[in-house]
Design a protein around this ligand. Sequence first.
Ligand SMILES: O=P(O)(O)OC[C@H]1O[C@H](OP(=O)(O)OP(=O)(O)O)[C@H](O)[C@@H]1O
Ligand code: HPA
Length: 184
Amino acid sequence: MVAPQDQPPAQWLAQSQVVFTAQAVNAAIERVALQLQQRMQDLASESIVLLCVMRGGLYLAGQLMARLNLPARIDYLQANRYHGTAGHEIVWSKQPELDLRDQTVVIVDDILDEGITLAEVVRFCHAAGARHVLTAVLTEKDNGLQKPLQADVVGLVVPNRYVFGCGMDVYGWWRNLPEIRALI
Ligand SMILES: O=P(O)(O)OC[C@H]1O[C@H](OP(=O)(O)OP(=O)(O)O)[C@H](O)[C@@H]1O
Ligand code: HPA
């Protein structure tokens, strides 16, 4: 019996189905960019930081960079869920380098699942003195859970299954897929 992390990556494609095509994802990213652009114009901020939550947020952040017609600086952080015995702790391995004081910070991530990660990153940005904090996720999982926050902008709602592609991984693989798939 092969452990899941040792499966060849092609196996995950064979054991999954497309839930959003590349075309549907691209259309969603266009909508996210337009909504963010509008929100930031309303805030009339000239100090914008696009903050990518690594690694999953990389795909959406890269796509947004090409679409946001605003002066923005880019930074990133890494804060991962650690499913230890004491519950669901967040372990930070990289904090942003830019000074977030008085900035309009746009946090970009791939998925809002239980919402623990995004809530922690929002809390961090406020504590660091951000003036406005906006959140954008490519996907939100429709899992019926009471979440600690809602994202300001959501691209697509995905079913309550394990999804991957467009930044999201399955055992480290397939973040680069331009479509979103769900394990069967
Ligand atoms: O809403 P939550 O239940 O908190 O889960 C969402 C988070 O989980 C994933 O990150 P992960 O820690 O797996 O790291 P990754 O970005 O490197 O995949 C994903 O990228 C989100 O950041
Ligand atoms: O369904 C998921 N897929 C990939 N990464 C995730 N992180 C939380 N939920 C998921």
